[in-house]
Ligand binder design. Structure first.
Ligand SMILES: *[C@@H]1O[C@H](CO)[C@@H](O)[C@H](O)[C@H]1NC(C)=O
Ligand SMILES: *[C@@H]1O[C@H](CO)[C@@H](O)[C@H](O)[C@H]1NC(C)=O
Ligand SMILES: *[C@@H]1O[C@H](CO)[C@@H](O)[C@H](O)[C@H]1NC(C)=O
Ligand SMILES: *[C@@H]1O[C@H](CO)[C@@H](O)[C@H](O)[C@H]1NC(C)=O
Ligand SMILES: *[C@@H]1O[C@H](CO)[C@@H](O)[C@H](O)[C@H]1NC(C)=O
Ligand SMILES: *[C@@H]1O[C@H](CO)[C@@H](O)[C@H](O)[C@H]1NC(C)=O
Ligand SMILES: *[C@@H]1O[C@H](CO)[C@@H](O)[C@H](O)[C@H]1NC(C)=O
Ligand SMILES: *[C@@H]1O[C@H](CO)[C@@H](O)[C@H](O)[C@H]1NC(C)=O
Ligand SMILES: *[C@@H]1O[C@H](CO)[C@@H](O)[C@H](O)[C@H]1NC(C)=O
Ligand SMILES: *[C@@H]1O[C@H](CO)[C@@H](O)[C@H](O)[C@H]1NC(C)=O
Length: 872
């Protein structure tokens, strides 16, 4: 009998190698200097080498960095394993506080090593790895924490799943990838390895794993019903930041202290944007702009997708469809009308023929290299391309120079912002056996246009040039491929294509449709380790280049691919969604995750959907919903029918109403962005951020607060005119009618929401600054006066704020006003700083809450404090 059991155990081990059999580590040499703890971790037994080779010696470093932030880092003692470069994501500095002053406590068990994080005030266990072994191998790192039953977890983007993550049999894969139709339960364009864990009355905390490697994060229950979360990464180290909250909003703010406060955006970027792939010539682009005006729908910014490029090459214009002189005229005309213009820049650089962007880059050695020192090649829109190595020392200079040349206001096109697409990076080569030249031909890149040119006298965009030329023999010295040891650049001798532990990338293997993961970057690191940061490094270079082009002015970069920290530098749209009700709904969960958890406030989806035909009623609803998201752009694919708001009368009416409200509220949103940028307080709030004790709010992802005072509750069901939304136990005011509504902490069903309506409520306790009227551009809007709406809370008081500046300077210095408004039930006061001098005044103040709103007419100057008392 005994024999049999042993035999069975052996068989099980041999056939199903399991991490449970890994030896774990033993902690020794524990040095606990108050505020910092270090220890050696040594492998406790025979290596299990389950997916690669166990590392025998690790170091543990624990730092009580601030009262609310605890840093726990487990890394190889030899410092060979890849660590995210400091210049890509600068680490926060530590205030070295004493552990007795900290809101979080670290404790460890020595043998086998495990650790837990508890909340000092309550003893609540937030993270506990006891019961499973740490596994730290050359190509696999595993750590598991227990969690309470049915946890409320949010984040771990980018995904298109519910905002509150499923807790059973759920997997998040982090591997940035081209993801048309934003598939559910899949890795998408960006990676944000942080989550927020909300425990109601027991508080919220955050966990950020600073690791850029591909990973599967599993949230699940054991067969015994124990809840857990486990990290399975294919490289890198365990670099955790635990954030104490305890309010959800504080967790968000503490995360911003780690990855950077969100970038302040220009005022005009809150305007309405229009784009489409398939505006086939410059005249057509101009016609769309003209038709928006004719339809009396304010258009702030026109965009150009890759249509404008000559043979899809960045920094060129098609000489016949988009001739430079007409493009200049287009941009200048837009500017004269108070509008803006943005063009696309892809990272794939065409490498054939006499293409100066390539030639100049090649001379400076800015492109990623194959192992023989030649430029690494793949396929993108332009055909055979090479990709910038954003880490190489000359790349920024080259990119800044290309952007300065092509967007020179004196001689070329004066753009107002840049759009970075395909930067995961997307590669049309499907696998590592790809012959780029053949693949470019086979996939018809650059493509023939599928839309007939409006001006048929223009030449059609020709196919891929016949004159393929072999790469010139490499002249540069071969780059050393030796991984320098002790420099955190990645271990040598790894399988960089198909590591034994497989992450469930929806595209397949790691290198499918992207840059090969065996490529060495200029600093000796590998794409295997840095892949998820390709987009981040590109958008950073673009931001720097825009800043060099217009010094002192806030750059606007829209990026598809992101990584933790991207919000400090750029805006993001949720990629190539579909024109479906499902993706309309999903945009709310995506908004909540990015704006409230990942600290990327300037986000939104392609309004009316990118892929497929937008249906009229859906587009009307989306025009209304999108108007309450920070970034508001209608965009569609080449193959999709046109979906500009003016194409349908119903949609045009919905859009006019939506944009009118959005613009009157623009300073309210701008003030919220300023607050986010200064403090990290999120620009959009999930309901539980404002009602953290109300369990009924924890799962809501079809409603949200735009800013902290406007509850948006759109119709979400397909083709429906009714909506059931939740109103917390609080007082609200209908935004459209100003009628008082007492929320009962219950659902409300409304059956008559017309196709041009969206339910929006002002939260009691708020003072909203609104412009008295909308305008056809944000430049004109800025000249309109304000009307303040006072919405008293249950206690009869209200407060709000207004931020004013010139709308575009990066550093406004003292030339800004931060005005706080307070209503105590009788007296209204406006006070604060008044550094931004303006002729715009507060025309009136409307106090809600009584039988009828009471209006007190001004004017009051916004250059100084004011107050008045309303006699009852
Ligand atoms: C905290 O300690 C680290 C390492 O000992 C040191 O480099 C750093 O300057 C200290 N920071 C402060 C704010 O004291
Ligand atoms: C962590 O989990 C283990 C095993 O379940 C348990 O014994 C231990 O008390 C937990 N740690 C803390 C700090 O609660
Ligand atoms: C969750 O656990 C179940 C039961 O053990 C297992 O079958 C499933 O594969 C797990 N899912 C994930 C995503 O780990
Ligand atoms: C603009 O409006 C005119 C007149 O309604 C119409 O003929 C034309 O097709 C429209 N063009 C675009 C690009 O919307
Ligand atoms: C906005 O309206 C003004 C006149 O009120 C006009 O001069 C301007 O051209 C309009 N701009 C746009 C973009 O329609
Ligand atoms: C390549 O282009 C540059 C500038 O665009 C030009 O000066 C040069 O003569 C061209 N070379 C050839 C071989 O066409
Ligand atoms: C990467 O792998 C490919 C396919 O095996 C190979 O052709 C290439 O030489 C490798 N590149 C590098 C930089 O090692
Ligand atoms: C059509 O294109 C040709 C060549 O670019 C140009 O000369 C002509 O003016 C265009 N016609 C119209 C109506 O735009
Ligand atoms: C509100 O309705 C939704 C379904 O529409 C439901 O899931 C939720 O539990 C309801 N909330 C309350 C508090 O009844
Ligand atoms: C919807 O119905 C409610 C209650 O029946 C009514 O008060 C409201 O005026 C209606 N709204 C519209 C837009 O018809």
């Amino acid at each position: 009998m005994r024999f049999l059991i042993i035999l069975l155990a052996y068989t099980a081990r041999a056939f199903a190698a399991s991490i449970e059999n890994c030896p774990g580590y033993t902690a020794s040499n524990i040095v606990d200097a108050d505020g910092t703890l270090t220890a050696d971790l040594t492998l406790s037994g025979d290596a299990c080498n389950i997916y690669s080779t166990d590392l025998p010696d690790l170091t543990l470093l624990v730092e009580y960095q601030t009262e609310t932030r605890l840093h726990v880092k487990i890394f190889d003692t030899g410092l060979d394993v890849f660590q995210v470069q400091e210049h890509i994501l600068t680490r926060p500095s530590s205030q070295n506080i004493s552990s007795s002053d900290a809101a979080l406590q670290f404790s460890l068990i020595e043998d086998p090593f495990s650790f837990s994080i508890t909340r000092s005030s309550s003893g609540e266990v937030l993270f506990n790895t006891t019961g499973s072994q740490l596994v730290f191998e050359t190509q696999y790192v595993y750590l598991k924490t227990q969690l309470p039953q049915n946890p409320n977890l949010y984040g771990l983007g980018e995904h298109s799943d519910s905002f509150r993550l499923p807790t059973e049999n759920y997997q998040r894969v982090l591997w940035n990838s081209e993801s048309p139709f934003i598939p559910r339960l899949s890795n998408l364009y960006g990676s944000h390895p942080n989550y927020l864990d909300h425990r109601g009355d027991a508080g919220s905390h955050g966990v950020f794993l600073l690791n850029s490697n591909g990973m599967n994060i599993n949230i699940n229950r054991t067969d015994e019903g124990e809840q857990f979360l486990e990290y399975n990464t294919i490289g890198g180290i365990l670099d955790f930041y635990f954030l104490a909250g305890p309010s959800p909003s504080e967790v968000s703010q503490q995360y911003a202290e780690v990855v950077g406060l969100p970038a302040m955006m220009p005022y005009w970027t809150f305007g309405f944007h229009q784009c489409k792939y398939g505006y086939w010539d410059v005249n057509y682009v101009a016609e769309v702009v003209g038709n928006y005006s004719a339809a009396n729908i304010p258009l702030e910014t026109m965009w150009s997708d890759i249509d404008y490029m000559d043979l899809r090459q960045v920094f060129t214009t098609d000489p016949e469809r988009f001739p430079l002189h007409k493009m200049r005229e287009l941009a200048d005309t837009l500017h004269e009308r108070g509008q803006h213009y943005i063009m696309m820049l892809d990272p794939g650089i065409h490498r054939l023929g006499n293409y100066s962007t390539f030639t100049r880059g090649d001379e400076k050695g800015v492109f990623l290299k194959a192992d023989d020192g030649s430029n690494y090649r793949g396929v993108q829109w332009a055909g055979e391309v090479v990709w910038p190595d954003w880490i190489a020392s000359s790349t920024q200079d080259w990119w800044t120079d290309e952007i300065s040349r092509f967007f020179d206001p004196e001689s070329s096109i004066d753009i107002d912002g840049a759009w970075n697409d395909m930067n995961e990076a997307s590669n049309f080569c499907s696998d590592v056996n790809c012959d780029p030249a053949q693949q470019a031909k086979d996939s018809n890149n650059p493509p023939q246009p599928t839309n007939p040119p409006r001006n048929n006298t223009g030449r059609p965009i020709p196919g891929f040039p016949e004159d393929f030329q072999p790469d010139p023999a490499p002249t540069r010295r071969l780059r050393s491929r030796q991984a320098a040891s002790g420099q955190m650049k990645g271990l040598p001798d790894r399988d960089l294509f198909s590591p034994k532990y497989r992450i469930n990338n929806h595209q397949g293997d790691l290198s499918v449709y992207t840059l090969y993961t065996n490529i060495t970057n200029a600093d000796g690191t590998r794409q295997y380790d840095t892949h998820n940061m390709y987009g981040l490094t590109m958008l950073t270079a673009t931001r720097n280049a825009l800043l060099a082009r217009r010094p002192g002015r806030r750059p606007f970069v829209l990026t598809r691919s992101t990584f933790a920290g991207a919000g400090a530098r750029a805006a993001h749209w949720f990629g190539d969604n579909a024109s479906t009700w499902a993706d309309y709904r999903t945009s709310i969960a995506q908004l909540l995750a990015f704006a409230a958890v990942h600290q990327m406030p300037m986000v939104g989806s392609d309004v009316c959907g990118f892929n497929g035909a937008a249906q009229e009623r859906m587009c009307a609803r989306w025009a209304l919903l999108g108007a309450f998201m920070p970034f508001y752009r209608n965009h569609a694919d080449l193959s999709a029918p046109f979906q500009e708001f003016y194409r349908w009368d119903l949609v045009a009416r919905a859009a006019r109403k939506a944009i009118d409200a959005r613009y009157r509220l623009l300073d309210y949103a701008y003030t919220a962005l300023r607050r986010a940028s200064a403090t990290g307080a999120p620009i959009v709030n999930p309901l539980f951020f404002l009602y953290p004790a109300d369990k009924d709010t924890f799962g809501i992802d079809t409603q949200f607060f735009y800013g902290d005072a406007l509850l948006v509750s759109p119709v979400v069901d397909d083709d429906a005119e009714s909506v059931t939304y939740y109103l917390p136990d609080d007082v609200f005011y209908d935004f459209w009618t100003l009628a008082r509504v007492r929320g009962a902490g219950a659902n409300v069903t409304v059956d008559n929401v017309t196709w041009t309506d969206i339910p929006v409520h002002i939260r009691g306790g708020a003072v909203l600054p609104l412009r008295t009227a909308s305008a056809n551009t944000t430049a004109l809007l800025r000249r309109n006066d304000f009307r303040l709406v006072v919405a008293p809370g249950l206690d009869g008081t209200a407060a709000g704020s207004l931020y004013l500046d010139d709308g575009e300077s990066l550093d406004v210095g003292d030339e800004m006003s931060e005005i706080g408004f307070a209503w105590d039930g009788a007296t209204f006061k406006a006070a604060g700083t008044f550094g931004y001098s303006t002729d715009v005044v507060v025309e009136s103040v409307v106090v809600l809450g009584g039988e009828q709103p009471v209006t007190r007419e001004g004017p009051w100057s916004l250059n100084e404090p004011f107050e008045f008392t309303l006699s009852q």
